[in-house]
Design a protein around this ligand. Structure first.
Ligand code: CIZ
Ligand code: SF4
Length: 325
């Protein structure tokens, strides 16, 4: 018997219809459970589109955690990675916080432990530590102030000190250094594997095809990509810039979820990612609708932070928000 080619199976309307029916059924189940639990679903811009589309709010980790703190929901399901759910828990200590998929971690956040930071600080006594939000609560608790990719430059300027330690992302740190040359930035050698897969040649090739394209880059990218960028900023700022711009074509140098979100939000514009690189963070794609349904149904894997750590970690977030919330 002749075997049907895979390409035919993948594009078959039946397969698509079945998938849509399954997503619709799961969506209904999630809506029902959400009501029963008085829950709110938050999705990071790097999440799968179907997860973003079912969420009550889509955004970056700090923005979502701030939204969570203001809602009267009892339960927060954070579709993102572990440090994001921890940040939400720090800002909403009375609420039950769950990750959409408990296995979703951030390799960059895991590149520095509390013990590493204690040793790093011992080499530079008295130098304040600026911790990127992509850190564990334990690392935040050992730091002086937190920052995001949106406010890092303002936070460092406001500290008004001659030197800072910056953890864990060396590429964000280099970006801060370029923007605040009067401060000596001493960085930890962490990085984001997803952003580092993007190559400047890919951007250059796309620019040849679309000379009018605007290049948008995240500070976690390596310098050669950032050097090609017309705009450098956080996911939220990249999104806002592309939505407001009168340009029609954009090369989006950050995790692919942002390109997917923008393509859906602005169907009259063209959003491209550097082609040869796979700009997909495997951890951000772990959460599927089934996982969200299971979390709401079973309420297993609640994010809990020991009180002594939470008190200190919250202080670094509060200090950041006092400077630039
Ligand atoms: O803080 C976030 O959400 C991250 C990891 C990136 C960004 O630029 O929004
Ligand atoms: Fe971590 Fe990079 Fe994935 Fe963001 S994209 S969660 S920094 S590994």
């Amino acid at each position: 018997m002749a075997v049907e080619p895979l390409s035919t199976l993948q594009t078959s309307p039946d397969v698509k219809q079945n998938r849509q029916n399954r997503l619709n059924a799961l969506t209904e189940e999630i809506k029902q459970l959400k009501k029963e639990r008085n829950a709110v679903i938050l999705a990071h811009l790097y999440e799968r589109l179907e997860v973003q589309n079912i969420a009550d709010h889509v955004g970056d980790s700090l923005g979502l955690s701030q939204v969570a703190a203001k809602t009267d929901a009892d339960v927060i399901v954070f579709c993102g990675v572990h440090f994001m759910a921890e940040t939400a828990k720090l800002l909403s200590p009375q609420k039950k916080v769950f990750l959409g998929n408990a296995n979703a971690g951030c390799p960059m956040a895991d590149m520095i432990t509390r013990e590493d930071l204690v040793e790093f600080k011992a080499q530079y006594p008295g130098v304040p530590v600026v911790a990127y939000v992509n850190t564990t609560a334990e690392v935040k608790a050992e730091s002086d102030v937190c920052c995001t990719s949106a406010n890092a430059v303002n936070v460092v300027k406001a500290l008004n000190v001659p030197r800072i330690l910056c953890v864990p992302d060396m590429h964000l740190a280099k970006y801060i250094q370029s923007q605040v040359p009067e401060v000596e930035v001493i960085w930890w050698n962490g990085f984001c594997p997803t952003h580092l897969r993007m190559q400047p040649e890919d951007v250059i090739d796309l620019k040849k095809q679309y000379p009018e394209a605007m290049v948008l880059a995240h500070p976690e990218c390596d310098d050669p990509i950032k050097d090609l960028a017309d705009f450098i900023g956080s996911t939220t700022k990249i999104r806002e810039t592309a939505m407001k711009s009168t340009k029609r074509v954009f090369i989006v140098c950050t995790e692919d979820g942002v390109r997917a979100r923008l393509s859906e939000d602005c169907p009259d514009k063209l959003f491209l990612t550097p082609t040869r690189a796979c700009a997909v963070c495997p951890n951000m794609k772990l959460t599927r609708l089934e996982n969200i349904r299971n979390v709401l149904r079973d309420m297993e894997g609640e994010i809990l932070i020991p009180e002594d750590i939470a008190v200190k970690a919250r202080r670094t977030l509060d200090m950041m928000m006092a400077i630039d919330g």
